[in-house]
Design a protein around this ligand. Structure first.
Ligand code: TMP
Length: 418
């Protein structure tokens, strides 16, 4: 691979060059670039994984930007693998229909989902009779969505994409962008696209992991090269106001370790009484020290502590002759494994229910990813929950193994053995 990344020179929201590095997770391979077993001998490229804080607008952001084509043209992550996420999507479609108001006929209204993955969210809008269009750069995912009846345009979101959808299908009443904002380098162009396509009475609904939760729950493993930005409400508020959009409501959800859903609109009339909720978040963030540099260094020391404790626990189990496997070959799992230096000597295999991930090796750690059938065959004594955000769902699924005393290691927010 030639040079496929560039260094960040200034804040992607406010343009300030006053950036402070507070987290350094070393050099790691790309967290979603699983290795085909056939290529097990090939060397992987590694990239610096560091987070900077913008002293002007409080946006946390990676020190480098890997080319999006390298990261997203093929993407093994499928939203609909998790039942909890499917349920979350159904809830979002129901709420969105409600905020549009009782007079609106869903069938007249267009919903566009940016980075629509396998169509998980749009399926729920479709059930409510909305017209739906997905925009998804990963070929493999766009194909799955199409085969499930969700019209999907296989491209990256841009001003051009927005213009072409608007010309062909008209303005959108809802534009959704869940778990994609953090992936966009040029957030200003992203927003310009939204300004072009959004109807004057429509809503732009964004979901991002909430940085305050990352900080308080030591979720340093959610840092990987696809996540270019880590959001508080303060920088979002600034970004939106530069693009004639007002945040009208913010809600908090537990999904993905703590997520905020931000509703915005072009029209002040759409004010859902919410400017208050923006103020509430801004006050909260200030009180929590989120705008003060000194709050940030703690994350690095917590990461080191978790690494030390997790390695000690896994080594002890190994010495006792116990077998440990992991569940959830999530991108964050790969950050954790690589940062801690865990390989197949300590964790024998990783179970994941995503067919595309199975029979691959995890990047860096080279641990084999397998289907759940392996649990019965190999009977591990301990399961490290790499997808700790779905701990409840995974523990329920593996309960039958629990009966024969499988125990769980949960690494975040602190190492616990249950
Ligand atoms: P995420 O935390 O980034 O959403 O990734 C979760 C990973 O865990 C993803 O690879 C899918 C996998 N997973 C399963 O294999 N089975 C499950 O029941 C759940 C909830 C997740």
């Amino acid at each position: 691979m030639g040079k496929v990344y560039k260094s960040l020179k200034k804040c992607r929201i406010c343009g300030s060059k006053d950036l402070y590095k507070y987290l350094d997770l070393g050099k790691t391979p790309l967290a979603n670039h699983l290795i085909d077993i056939k290529n097990a001998d090939k060397k992987e490229d590694t990239f610096p994984l560091e987070v900077l804080y913008c002293k002007n607008c409080s946006l946390s952001q990676l020190s480098i930007v890997v080319e999006p084509e390298v990261l997203f043209s093929y993407y093994p992550y499928r939203s609909s693998v998790s039942k909890s996420f499917r349920k979350h999507c159904a809830g979002m479609a129901a709420k969105a229909a409600k905020i549009l108001g009782a007079n609106e006929k869903n069938e007249n209204n267009l919903v566009v989902d940016i980075a629509s993955n396998d169509g998980c969210l749009l399926q729920e809008f479709k059930k409510k009779n909305f017209r739906t269009i997905g925009v998804e750069p990963a070929k493999n995912l766009a194909k799955i969505a199409e085969s499930n009846g969700i019209e999907t345009i296989n491209r990256f979101w841009s001003r051009k994409a927005a213009k072409s959808i608007s010309a062909k299908h008209g303005k959108a009443k809802i534009i959704a962008a869940t778990n994609v904002f953090a992936h966009a380098d040029n957030l200003n162009e992203f927003m310009e696209g939204v300004e072009i396509l959004l109807d004057n009475s429509g809503f732009f609904i964004v979901e991002v992991p909430y940085f305050h939760d990352l900080m308080t729950n030591n979720e340093f493993d959610t840092v990987y090269h696809e996540h270019l930005s880590y959001f508080l409400v303060r920088p979002l508020h600034k970004l939106y106001s530069n693009h004639n959009l007002s945040i009208v409501k913010i809600e908090k959800y537990p999904i993905h370790g703590g997520t905020i859903r931000v509703y915005a609109s072009k029209s002040p009339k759409a004010n859902l009484n919410i400017s208050k909720s923006v103020e509430k978040f801004l006050d909260f963030e200030e009180k929590e020290g989120m705008y003060k540099l000194k709050s940030y260094d703690k994350l690095g020391s917590m990461a080191q502590k978790i690494k030390k404790e997790l390695l000690a626990a896994l080594k002890k189990l190994k010495e006792e002759g116990k077998k440990t496997a992991a569940y959830g070959a999530s991108a964050k799992g790969n950050t954790l494994l690589n940062y801690c230096g865990i390989d197949s000597k300590l964790v024998e295999f990783i179970v994941d229910d995503t067919p595309e991930k199975q029979n691959h090796l995890a990047p860096g750690s080279r641990i084999k990813i397998v289907d759940a059938g392996f649990l019965e065959k190999e009977k591990p004594d301990y399961l490290l929950l790499l997808a700790w955000n779905f701990a409840k769902e995974i523990m329920q699924k593996t309960r039958m193994h629990y009966k024969r005393k499988v125990r769980y290691i949960i690494p975040i927010p602190r190492v616990r053995i249950l």
